[in-house]
Structure formats: structure tokens, C-alpha cells
Write a protein that binds this ligand. Structure first.
Ligand code: TYM
Length: 348
């Protein structure tokens, strides 16, 4: 559909006519791991400058499971610092906190009333998360509607995410199409963008399960601010297999080695052929040593920049305030458009 009249609002980082819109989000719910970095953030950084980018710190999503208020506040600033340290440039990307743009919570109610319950109940991430909770908050079920709102308020074309968010983006498409069918063309129908490598970084201590923020077992994940000693410790103990040869593979029995190779590929930027040639005839000990050094070197500049940024919360808040103003300039008029379509009397 045609872009709404609000596309070229001045002040939105990178807006230039009809450039494709890119939107993605990340939860401030604990220190990021290399799965978040390689699955999402690295591709957000790589895409900067070519399209119009929005990156949202989704604090309203974080509270779908219980959060300590002090932790949520600290983690939100930490995440902002980490994203900037990882290369998100606030001059090229609108970086903002979800709760700073009221339209998200408001539009969430509107689209909640447009979403069949059955669509939410079949979400695999909801089912998995609900199983782990003693008592499930209603917000957890509604989580994908809020995510759809995030995406749809910005007339988003592309949503770069890891594989685990694909179903949510597909639901967003369904919600957009249903709304457009009922009320007339309102929303751009977005598509997920998932890289082949890094789409699903697996746990290092169990390559059959996804690396996850909520698993604190030592050896499961590498956090973006882990020390070089810790990174070496975790990779040295990474689960591999008994095949003894090193190559990319889709065979589940070789998932551990494949995971290490993907991590190496994404941190070094080398081609798969060059990597396989490099490791030809070598053992898993050598593979792990090289992967550890690639991760340490890849994360080093991020850690160093992060330490500088986190010491200046006032500067972080200033950057986030600018991002919020830019985001509101797009989201608020879109919310009015949605309300008008649905028949609300708009405030004068
Ligand atoms: P979140 O905060 O869980 O994760 C942020 C991003 O990291 C990706 N990711 C992974 N990629 C590869 N391997 C892994 N092991 C791995 N673990 C996480 C996720 O796919 C994601 O891209 N619901 C979203 C946040 C969100 C959002 C949005 C995303 C809210 N609104 C709108 C896109 C558009 C989430 O919880 O991501």
C-alpha cells in the first residue's frame, strides 16, 4: 500500500522520501548474549544508512513477566548503552524506549480488540513461556499484539529478527491484513528478515536448545560483557560431537560444531569456504581456541565503548529523549489514523 502522508516527517533519523522502513525491538530483561548480538543487533548495525531504521527498547514487553523495578530501570539504560556500543548510531537510527511513546500502549488496546484469542493461544513462544511460569500474567498472552503494534505504527516494511520471532511477525501480518480488510488500507504488511547464519544461535552447553537470556547456567551463553577468561572457559567446554571433522552442517548430530562455526563466521566476516579451509585437518581443541579468540576480539570494542557510555546516564537519557520525539512524530499520527478508521471521535 502507499505510504501514509506522515512518511517524510522531518527529524526522523534517516528519513528520505520512500526509503524502506526497518523496525526491530529488544527487551531490557537482562544482559544480552551473543545470540541477540549475532541474530539481531549485528544485522541492524549492518543495515544502517541504507534504510529508515527504528530500534525500540521494549520495556512494556519486559513486564509480561515479573520485573524488579530497580532492575528494569537499570537494565533499560544498560541496553541503550550496549546497543550504541555495538554500533547503533542514534544519528542514523531512531533509538527509543517503548514506554516513552504512549501510542504503543494505547494502540495495543485497539488491536487487542481486533485479534482473535485463538491466534494468540497458538503462539509457540507463549506456550513455552507460560509453561515455565507458576502463574501466567494476561500480558504474556497479549505480548504478540503489542509487538504487532510496535511494527505497524511505523509503516514498517522489514523486521530483522532471529528465527524465534518469525511466528510473531507472521501474526503481525495477519493482524494487519485483517484490519485492512475490515477498515480499509491502513497498515503496511511487513515481512520478517532473518539471516541464514545467526538466525538461531544455540546454547553452548546444549546445542539442541536455543541460547536464551533466562538460562543462567554457567556455560550456557556468552554475555556481551563477559570477560575474555569467561569466554575461553565457556567455549572450551562447549558440547561438540564424536565425528572429529570440522565443517558447516545442518545435521542435528553436528549442531555443536556447526554453532561454533557460525559464531566464528559472524565474528570474523569470513566466507564459509575460507573457514572450512582454515580448519581442514584440525581438531576441536584448535577450533575452540580460534572461536574463543574471534569472540573476544569481536566483543572487545563493544565492551570498551559500553564502559564509557554506562558512566554517563544523563547523556543516554538525552539520546533516548531525542529518539522518543522522533518516534512520536511517526507513531502519534498513525494512532490517530487507526482511531479514525475505527470510528472514534478524535479529540479536537
Ligand atoms: P528478544 O529481546 O528476546 O531478543 C532480541 C533479538 O534477539 C534475537 N535472538 C536470537 N537470535 C539468534 N539466536 C538466539 N539464540 C537468539 N535469542 C534471541 C531475537 O530473535 C530478537 O530479534 N519480541 C521481541 C522484541 C520485540 C520486537 C518488536 C522485535 C518487541 N517488539 C517488534 C521486532 C519487532 C523479543 O522478545 O526479542
Amino acid at each position: 500500500m502507499a505510504r501514509s502522508a506522515y512518511t517524510t516527517i522531518a527529524g526522523v533519523a534517516g528519513v528520505a522520501g520512500e526509503r524502506a522502513r526497518v523496525f526491530s525491538g529488544i527487551q531490557p530483561s537482562g544482559m544480552l548474549h551473543i545470540g541477540n548480538y549475532l541474530g539481531a543487533i549485528q544485522q541492524w548495525v549492518a543495515g544502517q544508512g541504507q534504510k529508515t531504521n527504528f530500534i525500540c527498547l521494549v520495556d512494556l514487553h519486559a513486564i509480561t513477566v515479573p520485573q524488579e523495578p530497580a532492575d528494569l530501570r537499570r537494565q533499560t539504560r544498560e541496553l541503550a548503552a550496549l546497543l550504541i556500543a555495538a554500533g547503533i548510531d542514534p544519528a542514523q537510527t531512531t533509538l527509543f524506549v517503548q514506554s516513552h511513546v504512549r501510542a504503543h500502549a494505547e494502540a495495543c488496546w485497539l488491536l487487542t480488540c481486533q485479534t482473535p484469542l485463538g491466534w494468540l493461544e497458538r503462539m509457540t513462544q507463549y506456550k513455552a513461556k507460560a509453561q515455565r511460569q507458576e502463574s501466567v500474567l494476561a500480558g504474556l498472552l497479549n505480548y504478540p499484539v503489542l509487538m504487532a503494534v510496535d511494527i505497524l505504527l511505523y509503516d514498517t516494511d522489514e523486521v530483522p529478527v532471529g528465527d524465534d520471532q518469525k511466528q510473531h511477525v507472521e501474526l503481525t501480518r495477519d493482524i494487519a491484513q485483517r484490519f485492512n480488510g475490515l477498515y480499509g488500507e491502513t497498515f503496511v504488511v511487513p515481512k520478517p528478515v532473518i539471516r541464514e547464519s545467526g538466525a538461531r544461535i544455540m546454547a553452548l552447553n546444549d546445542p539442541t536448545s536455543k541460547m536464551s537470556k533466562s538460562d543462567f547456567t554457567r556455560g550456557h551463553a556468552i554475555r556481551v560483557n563477559d570477560t575474555p577468561e569467561e569466554i575461553r572457559w565457556v567455549i572450551k567446554r562447549a558440547v561438540t560431537d564424536a565425528f572429529g571433522s570440522i565443517g558447516f552442517s545442518a545435521d542435528p548430530a553436528r549442531a555443536g560444531v556447526n554453532n561454533l562455526l557460525q559464531i566464528y563466521e559472524l565474528f570474523t566476516g569470513q566466507s564459509r569456504a575460507a573457514i572450512e579451509a582454515h580448519f581442514a585437518g584440525k581438531g576441536y581443541g584448535a577450533l575452540k581456541a580460534d572461536v574463543a579468540e574471534a569472540v573476544i576480539e569481536g566483543l572487545r570494542p563493544i565492551r570498551e565503548r559500553y564502559e564509557r557510555l554506562i558512566g554517563d546516564p544523563a547523556e543516554l537519557d538525552r539520546i533516548l529523549a531525542i529518539g522518543a520525539a522522533q518516534a512520536r512524530a511517526v507513531a502519534d499520527p498513525k494512532l490517530r489514523e487507526v482511531m479514525e478508521r475505527m470510528g472514534f471521535v478524535l479529540p479536537a
